[in-house]
Design a protein around this ligand. Structure first.
Ligand SMILES: [Zn+2]
Length: 147
């Protein structure tokens, strides 16, 4: 493991810059076109403690009623890795993307809670549905944890 922290110049999710990556989805000026894009923007929103965005992108059937983030827990998000095998699979079926109504994204997120390093390996389930205004949007439903 390198001791160098990842440079904060790019998007927190690993993209080139916030303005060309997750920023437009989080500020509402664009709609995340894929489940992976939505997942990345949610990871970035966690780092920004942007609870309204997290709730807005959470499917109504599984959206938590309690606050997502606690004031006592200081979470520091360190990095996101979207599993490449899944990316390959997604690329292969790109032709069908416009018709997709369900998708999964497997990722590993690293973070520290109160100074303790943690690793989250999750396979997230997403659905795509018409939202308010009629636009098709991706929503996070739930996840499973392979480890
Ligand atoms: Zn991003």
């Amino acid at each position: 493991m390198s001791k160098k922290p990842t440079a904060p110049a790019g998007c927190p999710c690993g993209g080139p810059s916030l303005a060309t990556c997750c920023g437009p989805y989080i500020d509402g000026s664009a709609i995340a076109p894929t489940a992976e894009a939505l997942m990345r923007s949610r990871y970035t929103a966690y780092g920004q403690r942007n609870e309204p965005y997290l709730l807005a992108t959470w499917h109504a059937s599984t959206r938590p009623a309690e606050p997502i983030m606690s004031e006592e827990e200081k979470v520091q998000w360190l990095g996101l890795e979207v599993k490449s095998a899944l990316r390959l699979r997604l690329r292969q079926r790109k032709a069908d993307d416009a018709d997709l109504t369900k998708d999964t994204v497997e990722f590993v997120a690293r973070f520290k809670i109160n100074g303790r390093a943690q690793r989250l390996h999750e396979i997230s389930n997403f659905v795509r549905e018409p939202a308010e205004g009629g636009d098709l949007r991706w929503f996070y439903v739930d996840g499973s944890f392979p480890e």
